[in-house]
Design a binder for this molecule. Structure first.
Ligand code: AMP
Ligand code: ZN
Length: 489
């Protein structure tokens, strides 16, 4: 099964068969959050998409070293290597130490990831924990002649690099096209070229987060952390590097340039980029101010939200769209996902009570093949979900006595539903152990007993009314030969 996986590679702009460097250990690196503020739902979409990818690789029995970093230094307000450091600015605002800001938002990020049932990465390295590695890499880039020093700041020389290696491959753009999109250098600019970027930035007297280096006190540029940490843990060339599409043009383009300049090797075989979560067509971002926090979504406490949505309904909503398509937030779509998620969960519960027959009316092997085909085709979760709904339809039909299933097919169907719904999609039943859920189970047991007695007294009008009233609040009663069953739709 491992040899059937196809991945869309941003670098080649085609779907390619996945051939790992070493099947014994697949290297996966994903750019993690910048922890000077809370993650918004857009960030969560990217991390959930890579969680699906990680889970499916594990499901295919690959051993995976999944590295997702924490950016806790070196992020400036402007995108031109100038302006305030975002961590220091937030620290002043909240009257905390910069590392208290880092701790607070890292813990918050972990809480959110747990709510969404994402698996933790194998290694979660931080930029501040790898200053030595970044300095060493910058030294090599300088020695090899692809960088220069101006007043204690080290810049990457994009023009020099571009003479030997194509810069901008990831977005398929040449230097002159890229230059068109940048402003002219002013007299105040230190750098030689408009596309040059800082590897190391000299600190000012008021800079809070700074380290000694061969070029004086300063702090690393943003891009160098990912090059240094990915090569440290995954090697100079590794299998998959991912992040949101907004990282392609600058962050990942510069990562390729730094690693290539340092090691004279392409750092990554498969570049994967997730598309954006949008609100009314506008990308959700910290700067646009249109970002819902996951907590607001769970409670419904936001002007754009009609109500609160559970973490699993939101996860299901995310997975209903392929990771390379944009996903626009809407209450209607979330409410549809809520119902879809509940339908899947109900069918999985029903699976436990299905009756066995001598023959099967459905082709379960075909269903299994279709689930694998969907995921092998660049992790196509919406097609996977369509197949799982077909599984749910079969379950309900067998439960209603309209179709039949053999013992072998039933255990195959259970395996498909459990493996893909829980293992690959990372959904989990919600509230099954909560006291409310237990109370509901108890109440329904009492109601069904009363209804049975009503029916025995042949008061069919009353028993039907009870069934219809429950139906109005989305509780479905089914009368079977062995008594009545109930489910929440
Ligand atoms: P940041 O903390 O801003 O560096 O972002 C962390 C991750 O979230 C990066 O991989 C971004 O590309 C991704 N990201 C940011 N905004 C969105 C969005 N609206 N939709 C999906 N992913 C996003
Ligand atoms: Zn990165």
């Amino acid at each position: 099964m491992q040899d059937q996986l196809i991945i869309y590679n941003t670098l080649s702009r085609t779907k390619e068969k996945f051939v790992p460097i070493n099947a014994g250990m697949v290297g996966l690196y994903v750019c993690g959050p910048t922890v000077y503020s809370d993650v918004h739902l857009g960030n969560c979409r990217t991390f959930m998409s890579f969680d699906l990818i990680y889970r499916y690789l594990l499901h295919l029995n690959f051993k995976v070293r999944y590295v997702r970093n924490i950016t806790d230094a070196g992020h400036l307000e402007g995108d031109r290597d100038e302006g305030d450091d975002k961590f220091a600015k937030k620290a002043k605002l909240e009257q905390l130490e910069p590392m208290e800001i880092v701790q607070k938002y890292t813990l918050g990020f972990h809480d959110v990831m747990r709510e969404f049932n994402t698996l933790p990465p194998s290694i979660e390295p931080t930029a501040t924990g790898h200053i030595c590695e970044q300095i060493e890499m910058i030294k090599i880039i300088l020695e090899k002649g692809y960088a220069y020093i101006k007043n204690g700041t080290v810049y990457f020389d994009v023009e020099k690099y571009n003479h030997e290696f194509p810069y901008g491959q990831l977005t398929n753009r040449k230097m002159d096209e890229l230059l068109e999109g940048t402003r002219e250098l002013s007299g105040q600019d230190e750098k030689n070229g408009r596309l040059d970027f800082a590897l190391w930035i000299q600190s000012k007297p008021e800079t809070l987060m700074k380290w000694p280096s061969p070029w004086g006190w300063g702090f690393p540029g943003w891009h160098i952390e990912c090059s240094a940490m990915s090569s440290k843990y995954l090697g100079d060339t590794f299998d998959i590097h991912g992040g949101g599409m907004d990282l392609q043009a600058t962050h990942h383009t510069n990562e390729i340039a730094q690693s290539q300049a340092c090691n004279h090797k392409a750092p990554v075989n498969y570049w994967m980029h997730t598309n954006m979560l949008t609100v009314n067509g506008v990308r959700m971002s910290k700067s646009a101010g249109n970002g819902f926090l996951p907590g607001e979504l769970f409670t419904g406490d936001h002007p754009l939200l009609e109500k609160g949505y559970s973490p699993m309904a939101v996860r299901f909503f995310m997975l209903q769209t392929h990771y390379r398509s944009t996903l626009d937030f809407s209450n209607e779509a979330l409410q549809a996902s809520e119902k879809g998620y509940a339908r899947l969960m109900t069918s999985i519960k029903t699976l436990e009570n299905l009756k066995i027959s001598a023959t099967s009316t459905s082709n379960i092997k075909e269903l299994q093949k279709n689930c694998y085909n969907a995921m092998n085709d660049d992790f196509n979760s919406p097609i996977l979900i369509a197949n799982l709904f077909e599984g749910a339809r079969i379950i309900n039909s067998v439960n209603d006595g309209k179709e039949t299933i053999t013992t072998a097919d039933l255990s195959a169907l259970k395996k498909i539903m459990h493996d893909f719904v829980f293992g690959v999609m990372g959904l989990r039943p919600e509230n099954t152990n909560s006291s409310t859920d237990k109370a509901l189970q108890g109440v329904m047991k009492v109601i069904l007993e009363i209804r049975k007695e009503i029916k025995e007294k042949k008061d069919f009008a009353a028993s039907d009314r009870l069934r219809d009233d429950l139906n109005k609040i989305n509780i479905t009663i089914k009368d079977t030969k062995d008594g009545a069953t109930w489910s929440v739709q």
